[in-house]
Design a protein around this ligand. Sequence first.
Ligand SMILES: *Cc1c(COP(=O)(O)O)cnc(C)c1O
Length: 356
Amino acid sequence: MLDHGFSANAAVGRLEDLPRARLVNGITPLEAMPNLSRVCGGARLYVKRDDAMGFAFGGNKVRQLEFYLGEALNLNSDTILITGAVQSNFVRLAAAAANKLGMECHIQLEERVPKEDDYYRHSGNVFLDQLLGATLHSYPEGEDEVGADLRLGEIAQELSDKGKNPYVIPLGPGHAPLGALGYVIAAQELLNQIKEYDLSFDQVIVPSGSGNTHGGLLFGLRALGSELKVRGICIRRNTEIQFPRIRRRCEDIATLLQVKNMVADHDVILDDQFLAPGYGLMSSATVEGILWGARYEALMLDPTYSGKAMSACIEYARKSDPDSSILFWHTGGTPGLFAYQNDLSREFAKQSQDRI
Ligand SMILES: *Cc1c(COP(=O)(O)O)cnc(C)c1O
């Protein structure tokens, strides 16, 4: 597979020595969003297309999986175990990566979102998990990361007893943040593109969930000497809870790479005003983000992550002066759209009467 153009750099310590399974083929596009910039009437808008990876519908988890799967291959594992929400993109991509690397995959789906309709339960990522042939398990509690990890450990033990060599991708904090390394590399990729296209940005907008994307990107930028502002849009927890999580994530990356953590407290910028009504649930601003992304820039955004980050991007674009530039990081999630088809069709009809 193609090289990422990542050069040996003391600032990122051991990164080059850690095992990595190549899943992202090349770099992702960085594109202008002229139509959306015009309708927002403020900052110039650009998009980093991590949805456009060409691997099983792409998304940020492909970058993150490269390091988990690298370690799994190193340990001669034959089975990947992972836990996530019913419409998790992470588990879908883990199943895809496992297939590509000749492994089996066990997925544990947690009850994290109070949605019972058929589309949510069976379409989108769930449908793809089944298409990919993963073994599905369920876990009744969606807010219990430690419990979900423990249950996954039990399944791993059962597989070991049967002679398998399982590799668990952990959910909760307290584990080496291998996934975040994918975004340390993405920081270098972005800096290369900024240089190549002669661009400058006032801020990057990215969803902030587990913190591997937000923390990894921020860590990478600061390690590589860039002061570019990264704004994390909370999609699961409020700012108060997310802030220490991102700080801790950056500390853990520094420990893993054996370099100094260059991320200061004031670098951790979070906004939770787009989170309501909660994880995996849409507000009218989320619907607007999804609708405008599609209608002005042909971007497919999802209700849980990229749609919420887009609604933030629209708000910040409107408030910013025309000399400024904002980079929206599209983290993918495309299949999630189909899980919300019911809600969205209804909302689109309403919104198109109001606004378009
Ligand atoms: C998981 C996910 C996120 C959140 O990324 P984290 O690294 O967990 O913070 C954002 N967007 C999409 C599409 C995701 O699947």
